[in-house]
Write a protein that binds this ligand. Structure first.
Ligand code: NAP
Length: 448
């Protein structure tokens, strides 16, 4: 590791004063996980499943981004994989360099992001090492996690809900300088206090999927779940689903969890979940010969009623998209809500609209979370009411392997990445508090 970075990290993690940390020089360059613009067409003409992130994701030596007003430079000790890094690395649905070029047209500060490399990563936990002009709430040495909602709020649209800002972006996906780098550039209003009982990699594995699930289920901006609601959760041991299960249970809801293997079903059982559907074992085929199969929707609906004593879902937690949306719309209770935040299996959705309008159901679009929602979700973690679902942590050099595991659905829960931390298990500020949550903190570890 570069000597300047070493000194900076030593001061920032071992109680250096803000002035001491800010007085230390930055390194000349840094290591970062990137895709390269020169390779943006490398997978053209290939099927999605054949596009291999191990060919397109690299760890390169790149320049340190210049700090602007209301921004902070942080040293991520750890980051985490999200599905958006898979999308970036397979250049789907479009190359993320298009987002960076669009950003460059907006402002001088936006122009910094338009480079020949895109630093990925939309989650991080680490320490602040520099604060820009106008930053008053954070200082060098603060231990932070980062949420990925990147907004200026210059226009009026986002002032009720910052996700409505016309220039809202996802950091590390629609912006450059994401979390998988020795130094990362964030807006001050992306920072949150790091939960005191967690390691760097656990803290880094939370925000993107936890806050998305929080908004989808809990927030009045989307699901507004209430006690007793039956909630169908697709991918219940995935990055979103693992938090959805906890949020539904905490809120007095009744999760009905769909997974695709006996191991995943067993994990859920060990966490106290009772209503589980193994979609692989029960062999649901919602599409056959290019057509939706309503008989399969009915079979799923019947199975849900068996598990719930005859009830249909008040809420469906949707993200697989094309493969499942027809079934999701069908099985939802009269007057119920399908909340969707993604289309992993395809964007062009088909469902039978008669089941929607005649039964007064709603499909609600949801996207990440505003600062308040992300903060509330982070607070639940700090209170020990929500726990990380980290199963495996990779060194930065192996980030492409981690992306490949997600692309091929070989993972469970979240996959972490060590950036400046040289080993797992570091960063815990309150060991006694950690001890109190030892059980749930070990439940998901090393499953993949
Ligand atoms: P993940 O960790 O891969 O988990 C998704 C789970 O969905 C998988 O583990 C799989 O579980 C299930 N699944 C996948 N394909 C399926 C299919 N065809 N039918 C039924 N189930 C299927 O990913 P994630 O982090 O939860 O993210 C899921 C999606 O949401 C991605 O497309 C991601 O880009 C998107 N997302 C959007 C936002 C947003 O703000 N809009 C935020 C986070 C994520 P089983 O195989 O066990 O069933």
């Amino acid at each position: 590791m570069d000597k300047a970075l070493q000194d900076l990290l030593a001061a920032a993690t071992a109680g250096g004063t803000p002035a001491e940390i800010a007085g230390l020089p930055l390194p000349e360059s840094m290591r970062a996980a990137v895709v390269r613009s020169s390779e943006a067409t490398m997978f053209e003409g290939m099927a999605s499943r054949d596009k291999d992130p191990r060919k397109s994701l690299h760890v390169d030596e790149v320049a340190i981004p210049p700090l602007g007003p209301n921004e902070c430079l942080i040293a991520p000790m750890a980051s985490a994989l999200n599905f958006n890094t898979v999308w970036t690395s397979i250049f789907e649905p479009l190359s993320t360099f298009v987002f960076l070029k669009r950003f460059a047209k907006e402002s001088d500060l936006g122009r910094r992001h338009d480079l020949d490399h895109h630093i990925v990563g939309s989650d991080a936990a680490g320490v602040v090492v520099r604060v820009g002009a106008g930053v008053t709430r954070w200082k060098a040495g603060d231990r932070v996690t980062v949420h990925c909602n990147y907004v200026d709020l210059e226009g009026p649209e986002g002032h009720d809900d910052s996700m409505m800002d016309a220039r809202q972006r996802i950091w590390g996906f629609e912006t450059n300088f994401g979390g998988m780098a020795e130094l990362a550039l964030v807006k001050a209003n992306q920072l949150m206090p790091m939960p005191t009982h967690l390691t760097w990699e656990e803290a880094a594995s939370l925000s993107l999927t936890l806050a998305t699930s929080y908004r989808m289920l809990v927030s009045p901006n989307a699901g507004s779940m209430k006690q007793g609601d039956v909630v169908l959760i697709w991918g219940a041991t995935g990055g979103l689903g693992g938090f959805a299960v906890q949020l539904v249970t905490n809120g007095g809801g009744i999760p009905v969890c769909v997974v695709s293997s006996p191991e995943k079903a067993e994990l859920l059982r060990s966490l106290g979940v009772e209503r589980i559907i193994d979609r692989a074992d029960e062999d649901y085929r919602f599409w056959a010969d290019g057509e939706q199969q309503p008989a399969e929707w009915r079979r799923l609906g019947k199975r849900i009623r068996e598990l719930t004593g005859g009830e249909d879902p008040d809420l469906v937690f949707e993200h697989p998209g094309r493969q499942t949306i027809g079934a999701s719309v069908f099985v939802t209770k009269r007057g119920g809500t399908i909340v969707t935040c993604a289309s992993t299996s395809g964007y062009l959705h088909e469902y039978d609209n008669r089941y929607l309008w005649m039964n007064l159901k709603r499909i609600v679009g949801s996207h990440f979370a505003n600062y308040k929602e992300a903060w509330e979700a982070n607070r639940l973690v700090n209170l020990g009411m929500i726990h990380p679902i980290l199963t495996r942590t990779y060194p930065l050099d192996q980030v492409a392997e981690a992306a490949y595991a997600i692309h091929t659905n070989q993972h469970t829960g979240k996959l972490g990445v060590l950036v400046n931390a040289d080993q797992e298990g570091l960063g815990v500020a309150d060991a006694a508090k950690r001890e109190r949550f030892a059980g749930p903190l070990s439940a998901w570890k090393h499953l993949t």
